[in-house]
Design a protein around this ligand. Structure first.
Ligand code: HEM
Ligand code: HEM
Length: 191
């Protein structure tokens, strides 16, 4: 198992970060959308608490992933890829990284500005308040931002996933295959 990425494919750590974060985001987004529809009773608090801890976990994974990415390299784009497409992919990836931070941070900001209860990560680590107390004005802005940034992430991720499928089924290159789990020695240098 190769931990680091090389010119031809992603290393196992980059793949693990990518797919773990995708799965957690799917669960987290679904939970977020469902929990806000539940009747406001004390019984719903555990869903919110779970959502906050999972969201902070995604934030931590995004940090670790970016840290590793600064140390790791990325594989080369297929030589046949037009420059415009390479640039679009780079911008898309940068946006995805930005949203991976912005979505949980806006949730955390909303939680801090609401200041209902202390924020714990999985009941273990008390997280600092980002506002130092209740901020009613900021609370509304952060709540809207959390929702809109989430939909922005859904949109950019959908475009990104569609691009990966176009690479695979239309361009027939290795861009998707080299991000899939498992070792693929058979990958030939893409045209
Ligand atoms: C990547 C991580 C996260 C994702 C994908 C996510 C997603 C969502 C979604 C889709 C909603 C429903 C929005 C709506 O329709 O109104 C929501 C609500 C919420 N999220 Fe997150 N969230 C994340 C992280 C966090 C974090 C880290 C916190 C707090 C520490 C948090 C706190 C909340 C709260 C309190 C609500 C309820 C807002 C309301 O009362 O309307 N979220 N989240
Ligand atoms: C919420 C969902 C997703 C997020 C946040 C996300 C995020 C990212 C990011 C940030 C990168 C750039 C990696 C880097 O340069 O460090 C990347 C690469 C990649 N992603 Fe995703 N991704 C998501 C879903 C998907 C899905 C569903 C697919 C497949 C259908 C996919 C396929 C790929 C591929 C093939 C690459 C490598 C692209 C290349 O070699 O240039 N991703 N992803």
């Amino acid at each position: 198992m190769r931990l680091k990425s090389d010119a031809m494919q992603w290393g196992s750590l980059a793949k693990a970060f990518h797919w773990t974060i995708v799965l957690l985001l799917l669960a987290q987004g679904t939970l977020g959308l469902v929990m806000v529809e539940l009747p406001k009773r004390p019984g719903v608090i555990p869903y919110f608490t779970f959502h906050k801890s999972l969201g902070l976990t995604i934030l931590l994974l995004a940090l670790l992933r970016l840290g590793w990415r600064l140390f790791d390299r990325r594989p080369e784009e297929p030589a046949s890829m037009p420059r415009g497409q390479v640039l679009a992919a780079r911008i898309g990836h940068a946006l995805l990284y930005g949203l991976l931070f912005a979505v949980p941070l806006s949730g955390w900001l909303f939680d801090s500005a609401t200041a209902l209860r202390p924020l714990y990560w999985w009941g273990l680590v008390q997280m600092p308040s980002l506002t130092g107390g209740a901020e009613p004005g900021l609370k509304e802005i952060a709540k809207e931002a959390h929702e809109w940034l989430f939909w922005a992430l859904v949109l950019v991720a959908a475009g990104h996933a569609a691009a990966a499928l176009v690479h695979h089924f239309f361009n027939r290159d290795d861009v998707l295959r080299r991000m899939l789990p498992g070792r693929r020695d058979s990958i030939a240098r893409t045209p």
